[in-house]
Design a protein around this ligand. Structure first.
Ligand SMILES: C[S@@+](CC[C@H](N)C(=O)[O-])C[C@H]1O[C@@H](n2cnc3c(N)ncnc32)[C@H](O)[C@@H]1O
Length: 192
């Protein structure tokens, strides 16, 4: 697979995230799954179609509430809250997906959320998501977002086996059409 397929704007319209698809190669258990920053719920639909018994999607915007209601079933739930307000249960999930959401948390919310994700995974559970690197174009002086150096990631990944980690740096276009210098770490981790 081409590394450029992991850049957000390269995704086919309405398709699930490429990294998510890739991550499912590692998820033998299709029990419960947490989908953080779900957006338009394309990943959630894919997870349900792939046989997950329980999918819980969380997003703080009200934009997708109606769509989530249509999808509601005994296998699918949606919570319209911020991830930092979610009460993560301990050792509950076989798979936690956080596609293009964690960089948007400020450091004060990122650190507790990162710990909560780890605690909420079962042993052997899989995490899939992205963080942005220091050289990303959104890393400005007054940024409210969280960025990492490659060295800092090593510490962050303690307690996990790193199954995949792709660093990408290239000029491109962001979701609303502006030019953007991307510096993105895409990774798939397994809780030890
Ligand atoms: C770049 S979009 C990605 C959406 C989806 N994961 C995807 O890949 O298509 C980021 C999403 O995260 C949500 N989001 C950002 N910060 C959040 C927070 N603190 N709590 C919950 N959702 C958040 C936004 O509303 C948005 O839907």
């Amino acid at each position: 697979m081409s590394k450029s397929t992991f850049i957000y704007q390269k995704r086919a319209h309405r398709a699930p995230n490429t990294l998510l698809i890739e991550s499912l190669h590692y998820t033998k258990k299709r029990g419960s799954c947490l989908d953080l920053g779900s957006g338009a719920l394309y990943d959630a639909k894919y997870l349900l179609a792939e046989g997950f018994q329980k999918v819980l999607s969380i997003d703080h915007t009200t934009t997708w509430v109606q769509r989530a209601k249509k999808l509601a079933s005994e296998n699918f739930q949606f919570q319209n809250i911020a991830v930092q307000d979610y009460h993560f249960p301990k050792r509950q999930f076989d798979f936690v997906s956080a596609q293009f959401i964690l960089p948007f948390l400020g450091p004060e919310n990122f650190q507790p959320t990162w710990k909560n994700i780890y605690a909420s995974l079962k042993k052997g559970g899989i995490f899939s998501g992205q963080l942005f690197g220091n050289r990303d174009g959104w890393n400005t002086k007054d940024t409210q977002m969280t960025f990492f150096s490659k060295r800092a990631l090593k510490k962050l990944f303690e307690g996990y086996e790193v199954l995949q980690c792709y660093e990408l740096e290239q000029d491109g276009i962001e979701a609303i059409g502006n030019k953007q210098h991307w510096h993105v770490f895409n990774f798939i981790l397994k809780k030890l």
